[in-house]
Design a protein around this ligand. Structure first.
Ligand code: BGC
Length: 752
């Protein structure tokens, strides 16, 4: 069955339907879970082979030999590209598309048909152990990168699985926790990235997450998997469970979950067969699911093709170069100058931390170490290099190492410290408890900064770390996050100015963990985590409440300077807009400039964040070059989710289009007014009087209906009554009421 040439591409939809209907019901049940850990069941009746799945948010983890989860780090060698945290910081869909395409090519070479990535969950808390796999705290940025990755990968032939759907924003109790989150927050923050990838890139599969949403398992949630995903967004592919996420197979099937993984002995096919025998399910109930599973064969190539892992290593380096974020660079400490006496300190310089732990872990084909790349570049530039280990990665205090590093710092012009988090500190399945760097590293940084003329810190970490306690002591900080197997090379290029850094933060770096909006409710208690901050996630909170951060979302420096003009804003007939502005590289080095467009408004009946990212574009400019950037914002960019109407609403009013340097710094602002639509809730006897008085279809008539016409009611009295429901008012006022008028007004208030 694995001979690719036997696949019939001639199966018509009708023919397929008849073929599926003819399969015995109990046999259909056995198709609903994989045949083992990584493969679906072949559908011999339709002459369709098994489909192979493998992990791959930033590189393949294909276990061709061992079909289980235990040999997690024993996968076939593949290129470890920059993980999600880095791709998020690139702010560049071209980077995400190249990543997708390269992983797609390796999938073709390794016989993988569905790649389990990208991970597009929102970074609700900086403590989430899988933040290294995810892109951002912002849904717009996440969605744009997710679409690019998906298109890039699926253009090569294989399919993707966007994951983990949905509201899977922590690892603590991830298999049982209920994310208790209101619908507006879901719609505006946690779902839009999934919505965009589904509607714009039709991923082959969507992976249902482990957690519950408001008490219902995502993998058994009909609202999520059918109402939203298929009926509203038009998803046509397969819904696959996260590995082991199905608890009640029949319930999941009814909710819209097609494929349970893994299968083999771990599957629940027997439960489906029992439901068929009892009559709870009919054979035909399984047909649509089997048809969708059969449809996965289109991701199997006619013939496998080889991948060039050497070229992919080069791509890994190039992608990494776009991702590192220069946070601080006082007195132009970087790039390093010719003839510098350099001290390289910290074990990560020779054993770079470049990826995260868990199911995303890639068995890299090769790894560039920073110290090697630094040595090569230094030789050409008359730079001398001394190296000292500086600290023990396991966190143990070692005074000898500290002294050695201090000695090296004394003899140098610039000390570059490679600090960061150990792989054990952050991984799938575990959330961090704090944002701290290990104490022995902080001690080293402070000791070196007090000794060396200039100190640079290069950080390697998957989730953000606190910079407090040493930030002001050092001259420059390069937040490299995790850059994949080409990271060592990319970091050296940035240090020496071969590459001009262009990454920007895709998440805020708080001053203290307790300042973060998620802190009150993370990781939850008694089986529930309450998303109490609502839509005020990440920078939305910090900017709305003017709460200081160490570095805001969107921050990132380069070695050159850019200016941008005031924007020109054109509003289209359907109230989308086009923002155009000119950006110029006013410095001496070529570089990439990030244009960030936010929308700010106070209009409408719900509290809006101070500003929200609605567009961005990264442009490459030679020194002195000017370029015009145009960014389209659809009408949706101005909408909020109205829980009473159950849809997106653009309120009439003023909207400020802000060109920002980062989420906290507005460079230019243009105001527009939108006609939008006024929405009013349907009136009932339980509607408070205040809403009756304000309703446009009601006006003064309500006073007649209540017998209040001509009665002298003071404004204070009116205000006092306004929260009383109509029923309560009638009950207490004793006034004669025109029931007929009230009934008509209620009828008229119903939405068309
Ligand atoms: C992870 C998924 C992964 C799956 C298969 C699960 O534990 O949550 O992201 O795709 O395992 O390895």
């Amino acid at each position: 069955m694995n001979n690719h040439t036997t696949i019939s591409t001639e199966v018509t939809t009708d023919g397929m339907q008849q073929g599926i209907a003819a399969i015995p019901a109990e046999r259909k049940a056995s198709l609903l879970s994989g045949q083992n850990f990584w493969e679906t069941e072949p559908i011999e009746e339709l002459n369709l082979p098994a489909v192979t799945l493998a992990d791959g948010t930033y590189g393949l983890r294909h276990q061709s030999g061992s079909h289980d989860h235990l040999a997690m780090y024993d996968s076939d060698p593949a290129t470890c590209f920059p993980p999600g945290v880095a791709i998020g910081s690139s702010w560049d869909p071209k980077v995400a598309a190249r990543l997708g395409s390269a992983i797609g090519k390796e999938a073709l070479a390794q016989g993988v048909h569905i790649v389990l990535g990208p991970g597009i969950n929102i970074k609700r808390s900086p403590l989430c152990g899988r933040n290294f796999e995810y892109y951002s705290e912002d849904p717009f940025l996440t969605g744009a990168l997710g679409v690019a990755f998906t298109r890039g990968l699926q253009n090569e032939g294989p399919g993707v699985s966007i994951k983990h759907f949905a509201a899977n924003n922590q690892e603590t109790n991830r298999q049982t926790i209920s994310a208790d989150v209101d619908e507006r927050t879901l719609r505006e923050i946690y779902l839009p990235a999934f919505e965009r990838v589904v509607t714009e890139a039709q991923p082959a599969t969507v992976m249902a997450s482990y957690n519950k949403i408001n008490g219902v398992f995502a993998a058994a949630n009909p609202w999520l998997l059918t109402g939203l995903l298929r009926d509203e967004w038009g998803f046509e592919g397969v819904v696959v469970s996260d590995w082991n996420a199905v608890t009640d197979r029949v319930e999941s099937l009814r909710a819209g979950l097609d494929l349970e993984m893994p299968g083999g002995s771990a599957g629940h096919d027997e439960d489906v067969r029992a439901a068929l025998r009892s009559g709870e399910l009919q054979g035909s109930d399984l047909d649509a699911t089997v048809a969708r599973l059969a449809g996965l064969v289109k991701y199997i190539p006619a013939a496998p093709t080889a991948a060039n892992y050497e070229i992919h290593h080069q791509i890994a380096r190039e992608l990494a170069a776009d991702c590192a974020v220069l946070l601080k660079n006082d007195s132009q400490t970087l790039p390093l100058r010719h003839g510098t006496r350099l001290a390289v300190l910290g074990e990560f310089a020779e054993k770079l931390r470049y990826q995260g732990g868990g199911s995303a872990h890639v068995n890299a084909t090769q790894v560039d170490q920073p110290i090697d790349a630094i040595t090569v570049l230094a030789a050409d530039r008359g730079v001398s290099v001394t190296y000292a280990q500086g600290f023990a990665i396991d966190g143990a205090e070692d005074l000898e190492m500290l002294d050695e590093a201090r000695d090296a710092a004394r003899e140098c012009d610039v000390a570059v410290i490679f600090a960061g988090l150990d792989e054990r500190a952050e991984s799938e399945g575990i959330d961090r408890e704090n944002l701290d760097l290990p104490a022995n590293q902080v001690e080293l940084i402070r000791a070196v900064a007090a000794t060396a003329p200039r100190t640079v810190v290069v950080l390697s970490n998957g989730g953000v770390v606190s910079l407090e306690g040493w930030h002001d002591d050092v001259d420059a900080i390069l937040e490299a996050f995790l850059l994949g197997q080409g990271g060592g090379h990319a970091i050296a290029d940035i240090l020496f100015g071969v590459t001009n850094p262009s990454g920007h933060l895709a998440e805020s770096i708080p001053l203290r963990l307790n300042d973060h909006p998620s802190s009150l409710n993370f990781p939850g208690e008694r089986g529930h985590v309450r998303y109490g901050e609502g839509v005020m996630v990440g920078y939305r909170y910090f900017t709305t409440f003017d709460a200081p951060v160490r570095y805001p979302f969107g921050h990132g420096l380069t070695y050159t300077t850019f200016t941008s003009s005031a924007p020109h804003v054109a509003v289209s007939a359907n109230e989308g807009i086009t923002v155009s502005l000119e950006v110029t590289n006013t410095g001496d080095l070529a570089g990439k400039h990030l244009v960030q467009v936010y929308v700010a408004t106070e209009s409408g009946p719900v509290r809006r964040p101070a500003r929200e990212l609605r567009g961005f574009s990264k442009v490459y400019l030679e020194p002195g070059e000017t370029s015009t950037v145009s960014i389209d914002l659809p009408r949706r960019a101005f909408a909020y989710w109205d829980i009473q109407y159950g849809r997106w609403v653009v309120s009439p009013g003023d909207y400020r289009i802000q060109i920002c340097q980062d989420a906290a710094t507005v460079l230019h602002e243009e105001q527009i007014s939108l006609v939008g639509e006024r929405v009013f809730a349907e009136l009932t006897m339980d509607t408070p009087l205040g809403e009756w008085f304000e309703h446009p279809q009601v006006g003064a008539e309500v006073f007649d209906a209540l017998g209040l016409t001509g009665v002298d009611v003071s404004p204070e009295h009116l205000a006092m009554m306004s929260s009383m429901t109509m029923t309560q008012f009638i009950h207490i006022s004793g006034l004669p009421v025109e029931a007929e008028i009230l009934n008509r007004l209620m009828r008229d208030s119903r939405p068309a």
